[in-house]
Design a protein around this ligand. Sequence first.
Ligand SMILES: [Mg+2]
Length: 234
Amino acid sequence: MQSGTPMTTAGDTALVETQSGAAFPPAGVSVVVFDVVGTLVEPSPSVAVAYQRAALRHGLNVDAAVIEQRFKAAWRRQEMVDAAAVPAFATSRGREAERWRAIVDDVFGGEPVSATIFADLWDHFGLVEAWRPLAHGRDLVRLAVDAGVTVALASNFDERLLAIAEQLEPLSWVPHVFASSEIGWRKPAPEFFRWIERRLGCEPTEVLLVGDDPELDVAAARRAGWRSLGVADR
Ligand SMILES: [Mg+2]
């Protein structure tokens, strides 16, 4: 057990009790690394609505449900591009910008205006106002901080995360912010996890990753020798 009594809410207690009844962070964990999108924050409005509004500003009217479907397919397509690359899941600021440009192009069917919509959306998702904290994530960050362990954010988001994390709770409570574009690797690459261990000076077995993605967070962290905890994406 960690010393001290963390401030918790009823919602948080319910969440923690569903995780095998174990305390959070679990005994033996000295570093807790949080995924960001879907774990601590979510887009608000939704991605589909943000895309729809951006398109409307540039004279293109596309149904939000259609956008959502196309976005999921486009996002998966870019994950496959990274998986097939040599080395797999290496990234950079340039690659991340290219990913989002390709996704926006796919969503809007290569319409010429999609370049302008892309620029609009790139700015939008870099604003703190585009994101909303998730209550269960905030509770877990509070518990980790109160427990006195090292706490970090580790996201496949790009350098835009760095400015957002300074301004938005609970991200702003966390001293270490790692974005894939800055690391040079994306989850699930093992290099992503090794890079963080080196930066924090810790062993894999003392790290717990908390994330919403069963593959990119939970399974990839375990393959890297970390512990991991899946949280539901609501
Ligand atoms: Mg996530």
